[in-house]
Design a protein around this ligand. Structure first.
Ligand code: EPU
Length: 420
């Protein structure tokens, strides 16, 4: 096992390039199951979660081969079981359910387990597929789904929290091969869903309304192979924007798309961060002044993303006053709070609210990464803390940030890996 060491206190300066979006690439890779033809998916980041999806495709007898940043996925899936050992390591594995059901009429996918960021039910995934005509049973920890035929219908995919990203993905993928028209109401509008819809359209699917809460899918008989370029990762981009802001550095985040980051940009401007939207990225110009505190509420897109909550918290730890962060998507996603407190942060939790009292400085400490975005938050805190921060269990980071330490070193951070 490795740990990450950061010597804090250096202003970051230079250009850091954003990789392809993990959360767009994963469902897109699953969607290749909908065709027997070859698909080429470009701009796929080298991450542990992507490796897990490859293993799942291989378990289904599909060949997935990496060639640099691209994946060539070919072959007909002849098996329909996504086993516990793989699904258990990555919840996004559940997105093979919709494509398998639509293509093979039967799917056997391990029921995803709990997760450190809180309970993550899949009732909406099952609702979407059942409304299309699937018969679904849970047996021995597996979702057993079958359908002789899927038929389009109107589906309201909502819960008390709003829309669901991967439930929308699963239902949309299954509906591409259903008979007739499916209308998904309260669909997720996340850029990753739009990217998936565009991928499916390039395979011959008939989809309209992606990026709105009403997605309309007219089923087709067959989908064909295609080539697709995955969108840049908005969460990775946001994390690097904050690395510039927190170190009062001067960082150009190449490939960051402002239109995917409006909520974060708006909050950073409110906090008096100077940033510029360029054609090919976003520039953060660090200023010596104080960070203005703010309130942040996580919401489905285009609201402030829950995947940026922990990183934003690290930044607000150093604001000149009290900030309030309300987590509405995963109300228990606050494990990073105790680790940030070890570094001198003053944060109090009250249900889904974190009250962040700004402090003058953070100091380096031994801390533990608990999940992907919490790890990124600790890295940001380490960049600005005085002295040395050691982050243990960084395998979480490798699930979702491609070469994070190398990219940050490239803009002047003192960051390296050591064996535990
Ligand atoms: N929910 C239900 N029932 C369902 C599905 C979701 O109640 O059937 C609830 C969840 O408990 C949560 C809310 O709906 O309260 C939203 O969850 P959503 O389904 O949208 O999350 P997801 O699709 O499972 C994706 C990302 C997550 C990201 C969330 C929210 C992928 C692979 N994962 O998960 O990313 O936090 O959307 O934006 O796309 C990450 O990358 O670190 C990560 C956790």
């Amino acid at each position: 096992m490795e740990k990450l060491i950061i010597e804090g206190g250096y202003r970051l300066k230079g250009t850091v390039a954003v990789s392809g979006a993990k959360n767009a690439a994963l469902p897109i890779m699953a969607a290749t199951l909908l065709t027997d033809d070859t698909c080429i998916i470009k701009n796929v980041p080298a991450l542990r979660d992507i490796d897990t999806m490859v293993k799942i495709l291989q378990a289904l007898d599909v060949k997935a081969e990496r060639n640099g940043q691209n994946f060539i996925i070919r072959g007909t899936c002849s098996r329909v079981k996504a086993p516990y050992e793989l699904v258990n390591t990555m919840r996004a594995s559940v997105c093979v359910l919709g494509p398998l059901l639509a293509k093979k009429k039967v799917a056997e996918v391990s029921f995803p387990g709990g997760c450190v960021i809180g309970p993550r039910p899949i009732d909406l995934h099952l609702k979407g597929l059942e409304m299309l005509g699937a018969d679904i049973k849970i047996k021995s920890g597996y979702i057993l789904a079958k359908a002789d035929k899927l038929t389009g219908t109107k589906i309201y995919l909502g819960g008390h929290f709003g829309s669901s990203v991967l439930a929308t993905a699963n239902t949309m993928m299954a509906a591409t091969l259903a008979e007739g028209v499916t209308v998904i109401e309260n669909a997720a509008c996340e850029p990753e869903i739009v990217d998936l819809a565009n991928f499916l359209i390039s395979m011959g699917a008939k989809i309209a309304g992606q990026s709105t809460p009403t997605i309309r899918i007219k089923g087709v008989k067959k989908l064909h192979g295609t080539t697709h370029n995955v969108i840049p990762d908005r969460v990775e981009a946001g994390t690097y924007m904050l690395s510039g802001a927190i170190t009062k550095g001067d960082v150009f985040v190449k490939n960051a798309r402002a239109e995917h980051l409006m909520a974060l940009i708006d909050k950073l401007r409110e906090c008096r961060v100077e940033l510029y939207e360029r054609k090919d990225g976003i520039s953060i110009v660090g200023k010596k002044g104080k960070i203005k505190p703010t309130t942040v509420t996580t919401l489905p897109y285009p609201g402030f993303p829950t995947d940026m909550q922990a990183q934003m918290m690290s930044f607000l730890c150093l604001a000149d006053g009290i900030s309030v962060i309300t987590e509405k998507i995963y109300t228990e996603r606050f494990i990073h709070v105790s680790e940030l407190s070890r570094m001198g942060a003053r944060i109090f939790l009250e249900g889904p609210n974190a009250i962040v009292n700004g402090v003058k400085k953070l100091s380096g400490a031994e801390v533990m990464a608990s999940d992907l975005r919490a790890s990124a938050a600790l890295v940001l805190a380490g960049l600005v803390a005085s002295g040395k921060t050691s982050i243990h269990r960084i395998y979480h980071l490798d699930r979702g940030y491609e070469n994070l330490d190398r990219k940050l070193s490239g803009v002047g951070a003192r960051i390296w890996r050591e064996k535990e």
